[in-house]
Design a protein around this ligand. Structure first.
Ligand code: PMV
Length: 306
C-alpha cells in the first residue's frame, strides 16, 4: 500500500488560529510518500519504531490500527520542521494507508484523526495543517460556520469549522532558513505571552482580522492587497516573538520582487513565503542570503493512494 499527502503553507493566521481565530492555508506541490506492508515487528525506514523519531507515525497507529505489526517506508520532498507542514503531511499519508488497509477510507475521517494525532503529539494544535493536507487546495478554518463547511472540530472551549476557500493560482516562493523551528516550542512561547499579557491577546485578535480581510482580495485576485496584508501579518507575528533574523533577511531580500512576504508556520526558524510574479528573481534573492528556495504551486490534491 503506497499513499501520499502534500505539504502546505499558511497564508494568514498561524498562531492566532490556536486561539480560535481564523486562518487560511493552501496545499503545495511537495509531497510525503508512505509505503506500508505487514511485518513481524514495527520498523520505520529499516529502524525499530521509536517514540523519539517516529512520534506522529506511532500516534497514528495507536489511534487507528490494531492489526499486525507494520514495516513502514517514508520518503519526503518536505524538509522537516520547516514550517511547510511535514508532520501533518506524514501523519495524513500514514492515516490514509492505515484506513485504506482497513477499508475505512473517508476524507473527513482522515482529517479528524489527523488533527487528533497532531494535537496529542504536540500537546496543542489547530486543525489548519492537517485539514489542508487532507483536502488539498485552499482551506479556511473559522470558528463560525459558513455555507458548505466540510467538518467541524471541538477542543475544550474552542470550535473550528473547516471550509474550502477559492484561491487564485498564486505564484509563491518558499524560503527555508535551514534552521529547524519547533512548532511545540513556538506555540508554548506564544501561549505564555498570551496568558500573561492583554497586549498579546490584542495582537492575536488583529491577526484574525487580517485573515478575514484577506478573503475578498484572494477571491478577486487582488495581489497588491494580498501582499500588503501578508506584510502586516508578518509585523504582528514579529511582535509575538516568533520571527528570526534569518527569516527577516529572506523577507527583505524577497520584497524587492514581491507583492508581500511573511514567515509561514510556527516560525523561530522554518520558512517564509513570498507572493510574486517573478519566482526566479525571488528564488535567487533568497539563495543569495543563504536560504533554500522552493518555487511552489497550489496542489489541488490532498491525500492520495499512489
Ligand atoms: O510550523 P507548522 O507548519 O507546524 O505550522 C504551525 C501553525 C501554528 O498555528 C503555529 C500551530 C497550529 O497548530 O495551528
Amino acid at each position: 500500500m503506497e499513499t501520499s499527502a502534500p505539504a502546505k503553507v499558511i497564508l494568514f493566521g498561524e498562531h492566532a488560529v490556536v486561539y480560535g481565530e481564523p486562518a487560511i492555508a493552501v496545499a503545495i506541490n511537495l509531497r510525503t510518500y508512505v509505503k506500508i506492508k505487514k511485518s513481524e515487528e514495527y520498523r520505520v525506514n529499516g529502524y525499530p519504531m521509536s517514540d523519539k523519531y517516529h512520534s506522529y507515525i506511532k500516534n497514528a497507529i495507536k489511534l487507528c490500527w490494531d492489526g499486525e505489526p507494520l514495516d513502514i517506508q517514508t520518503k519526503s520532498e518536505v524538509p522537516s520542521a520547516s514550517g511547510m507542514g511535514s508532520s501533518a503531511s506524514i501523519t495524513v499519508a500514514m492515516l490514509t494507508a492505515l484506513l485504506a488497509m482497513k477499508d475505512e477510507l473517508k476524507e473527513e475521517k482522515i482529517a479528524k484523526l489527523g488533527f487528533e494525532v497532531e494535537y496529542r503529539t504536540q500537546g496543542s494544535a489547530s486543525p489548519i495543517d492537517t485539514s489542508t493536507v487532507t483536502h488539498g487546495k485552499g482551506i479556511l478554518v473559522h470558528r463560525e460556520k459558513k455555507d458548505h463547511f466540510l467538518w467541524k472540530v471541538e477542543k475544550g472551549e474552542l470550535k473550528w469549522y473547516i471550509h474550502h476557500i477559492e484561491v487564485p493560482s498564486l505564484k509563491l516562493v518558499v524560503g527555508f532558513s535551514g534552521i529547524k523551528g519547533s512548532t511545540k516550542d513556538m506555540v508554548n512561547k506564544v501561549r505564555r505571552f498570551y496568558n500573561w499579557n492583554s497586549f498579546a491577546r490584542d495582537v492575536i485578535r488583529d491577526i484574525g482580522k487580517i485573515t478575514m480581510e484577506a478573503i475578498e482580495p484572494l477571491q478577486d485576485e487582488d495581489y497588491e492587497r494580498i501582499g500588503e496584508l501578508m506584510n502586516e501579518d508578518n509585523k504582528l507575528l514579529t511582535i509575538l516573538g516568533v520571527n528570526h533574523p534569518m527569516l527577516k533577511r529572506m523577507i527583505n531580500a524577497s520584497l524587492k520582487h514581491s507583492y508581500g512576504a511573511k514567515l509561514t508556520g510556527a516560525g523561530g526558524g522554518g520558512s517564509i513565503i513570498a507572493l510574486t510574479d517573478e519566482q526566479d528573481e525571488v528564488a535567487k534573492a533568497i539563495e543569495e542570503v543563504g536560504g533554500k528556495a522552493y518555487k511552489v504551486e497550489i496542489s489541488k490534491d490532498g491525500f492520495r493512494i499512489e
